[in-house]
Design a protein around this ligand. Structure first.
Ligand SMILES: C[S@@+](CC[C@H](N)C(=O)[O-])C[C@H]1O[C@@H](n2cnc3c(N)ncnc32)[C@H](O)[C@@H]1O
Length: 186
């Protein structure tokens, strides 16, 4: 099945969790990753990789000995990621919610993250879940670390500004739908 059709089918199964009708564009991916200093990253977390469009781009840029901790809650996407990335020593795949970052870092002997790349559909979550995910990610990041999040609106601006010392916003029309990228520095 074609990638876009497959993604749309999964959207109709779990609309709130999947949160998009189509995988993101590479243009959006480039915007998400442009401020990450990959040469100095030893551990990155990705939240909500879906079918892995950003995962592949991150792995292309990451150091050979760096780790990528990948959180995907939707079972069908997780199974697809396992097929593609199982055996890749840089990738740790986790079929759990991103809110449980602290537990999974401890289990994998990871003390700090250099960056978090998040595609989570925050606008679909209740306030408590959003706040837990964002605060725990902030707590897991090294000082000066980056939290990068895309959304289809400016809904997350106020909350992210409360948690991070600096929040920069980019926009690209080259995505379905057009998207805002929040680059937040701890
Ligand atoms: C908008 S899609 C983005 C998929 C992909 N990164 C892309 O840009 O094409 C959001 C993704 O977040 C996942 N997701 C939703 N809630 C999650 C959670 N609490 N923890 C981890 N993943 C979650 C969904 O299953 C979905 O794969």
């Amino acid at each position: 099945m074609k990638k876009k059709k497959y993604f749309l089918r999964e959207f109709f199964k779990e609309k709130k969790i999947v949160g998009a009708i189509s995988p993101s564009s590479k243009t959006l991916g480039r915007l998400m990753l442009k401020n990450i200093d990959f040469d100095n990253c030893s551990c990155i977390a990705e939240y909500g990789p879906g079918t892995g469009v950003f995962t592949r781009m991150i792995l292309e840029k990451m150091n050979d000995d760096a780790k990528l901790l990948v959180f995907e809650l939707h079972d069908a996407f997780y199974a697809k990621l396992v097929k593609e990335f199982e055996g890749n020593e840089n990738v740790i795949l986790i079929n759990d919610s991103a809110e449980n970052i602290t537990k999974h870092m401890a289990e994998n002997n990871i003390s700090v993250l250099d960056a978090v790349v998040s595609s989570l559909p925050l606008a679909n979550f209740d306030e408590k879940l959003t706040s837990q995910i964002l605060k725990r990610a902030q707590g897991a990041l090294k000082s000066n670390g980056l939290y990068v999040q895309f959304q289809y609106s400016l809904n997350a601006k106020k909350l992210l500004k409360r948690i991070y010392s600096s929040v920069k916003i980019d926009f690209t029309p080259k995505n379905i739908p057009p998207a805002f990228v929040y680059t937040c520095r701890k």
